[in-house]
Structure formats: structure tokens, C-alpha cells
Design a protein around this ligand. Structure first.
Ligand code: ADP
Length: 245
């Protein structure tokens, strides 16, 4: 289980998130929402261990995340960031990296690793790109490969920052269904989503960061009824009669 205890994080001398206490249980989907610049990515990044707490701690199974060797941490927690630069490697090579935390010396992929890699590519319908250079792919194709990479890392906790970026609606929906399957397997999914409708529809808990950087958590129903969405986003939210399947 991942827990944030009195966590404050930020950059240089500036705090972005202050004194947050949250627990992320297995078999649940959590979605962080809030306006641009409210600190969603910062909060997610601190859950990954890549951004160190200024105050407080991030605990994984009761032990500070920062005390895990990188390899052990990567066996338990995977993190899909909002991609910035694209490495100049093939999809096959990229996918192999996902299995490295699970390999002992001399880090040679075993049959089982290859099966996991192809299953993950299959889940994202991305097998056809396996010999392509990552840089030749479109934004959406590349995003599917990054998602497959994260699946192949096969961790109990998945952190995803805007995972639907560049994806066509068809792939967005199949990703949401896949995340529900992972949840049913007992995994913890923590993500940042832009799309409020998807956030309310697919999450067990919503974490809202408001303008004052205060954190509100609740079930989608509780968040809908609390009026916080109106306060943060300045929009009225009604139940939609349209439904994409
Ligand atoms: P969100 O994901 O909600 O859009 P972020 O967590 O990316 O927000 O950013 C929160 C604040 O932290 C913003 O003011 C942003 O400019 C600042 N910030 C984000 N990343 C960095 C960084 N690497 N260095 C300095 N400031 C940053």
C-alpha cells in the first residue's frame, strides 16, 4: 500500500503541495483532477519517488519509498510521465527496459519476459510497431507503446499522468477497460486525467486539488454532490445521457 504522510513537495524554495495525507489501497482506481498548474503532476511524481518530499514521507508497504533501491522500487511502482523527449531506440529495445528491474545479472530476457512484453503490446494493440523506431511513430502510437511498456513492468502500483493523451476515443475507452481489469487483479491505479467525465465514470476515488492547493477526496458521487467541481472548474456538472462504449 502507498501512503502519503504529511507530505509537502515543491521545487527549489517553493511549495506546490502542502501537508497531504492520503492512502492508496490495492484494487482501487484513484484519479487526481484540478486546474492547470494546481500540482497534479507534482503529486503523482512524488508518489513515484522521483520527486523527494520537502516535508513528510511517501511510504510503500510501511517503509519510506526513498529507502528502496531503485530496482526494487521499479518492481513495485511504475510511472508513466507526460512524455517530453523521445529516445532514439526501437520499440523492442524500449520494451526490454520494462523488464530490467525484474532480471538478475546478466540481465538477459527470459522466455517469460518476452511473453509478458508481447502480451502488453497486444493489450495496447501495438505489436505491429515492435521493429519500428519510437521516433517514427505518431503521438498516439507512441503513447500506446509507452502504456504497453508500463504494463510490461508488471507492478502492483501504476501511476499514469494523462494516459489518454493523443489517443483516439476507441483507445481511450479500451485503456479505461484495461485499467479496470488491473484493478480487479488487485492493482492500485493512480492517475491524472483531464477529462472529468472519464474521471467520474472510471474512478473509485477522486482527488481534487483546488485553487488554494487544498486536497478534497471522495467517491465520484461525493465529489459530484459536494459542489467542489463548480468551485474549481467554474462549470456546472450534470449527468450526461450520452455514453460511449
Ligand atoms: P499540473 O499537473 O496540475 O498542471 P504541475 O504539478 O505540473 O501542475 O505544476 C505545479 C506547479 O509547479 C506549477 O506552478 C509549475 O510551474 C511548477 N513546476 C512544475 N514542474 C516544475 C519544475 N520541474 N521546476 C519548477 N517548477 C515546476
Amino acid at each position: 500500500m502507498l501512503e502519503l504522510k504529511n507530505l509537502s513537495v515543491g521545487y527549489d524554495g517553493r511549495y506546490v503541495i502542502r501537508d497531504v495525507n492520503l492512502s492508496f489501497e490495492p484494487g482501487m482506481i484513484y484519479t487526481i483532477i484540478g486546474k492547470n498548474g494546481s500540482g497534479k503532476s507534482t503529486l503523482l511524481k512524488s508518489c513515484s519517488g522521483l520527486l523527494k518530499p520537502k516535508v513528510g514521507s511517501v511510504l510503500l508497504d510501511g517503509k519510506a519509498l526513498s529507502q528502496y533501491p531503485a530496482n526494487q522500487r521499479a518492481q513495485k511502482v511504475s510511472y508513466l510521465s507526460q512524455s517530453t523527449s523521445t529516445p532514439n531506440i526501437t520499440v523492442e529495445r524500449l520494451m526490454a527496459h520494462a523488464r530490467f528491474p525484474h532480471l538478475s545479472y546478466p540481465k538477459k530476457l527470459q522466455r517469460e519476459d518476452i511473453n509478458i512484453i508481447y502480451r502488453a503490446l497486444g493489450d495496447m494493440r501495438a505489436q505491429c510497431f515492435v521493429h519500428d523506431s519510437l521516433r517514427e511513430l505518431s503521438g498516439g502510437e507512441r503513447q500506446r507503446v509507452y502504456l504497453a511498456m508500463q504494463l510490461a513492468q508488471d507492478t502492483d502500483i501504476l501511476l499514469l499522468d494523462e494516459p489518454t493523451t493523443y489517443l483516439d476515443i476507441e483507445y481511450q475507452l479500451s485503456l479505461m477497460k484495461l485499467l479496470q481489469k488491473l484493478k480487479a487483479q488487485g492493482k492500485t491505479v493512480i492517475m491524472v486525467l483531464h477529462d472529468l467525465e472519464q474521471a467520474l465514470k472510471y474512478s473509485d476515488r477522486i482527488i481534487v486539488i483546488d485553487a488554494g492547493k487544498e486536497i478534497h477526496t471522495g467517491t465520484p458521487e461525493e465529489i459530484l454532490n459536494s459542489g467542489i467541481l463548480k468551485k474549481v472548474f467554474h462549470v456546472d456538472v450534470r449527468r450526461s445521457e450520452y455514453c460511449f462504449e
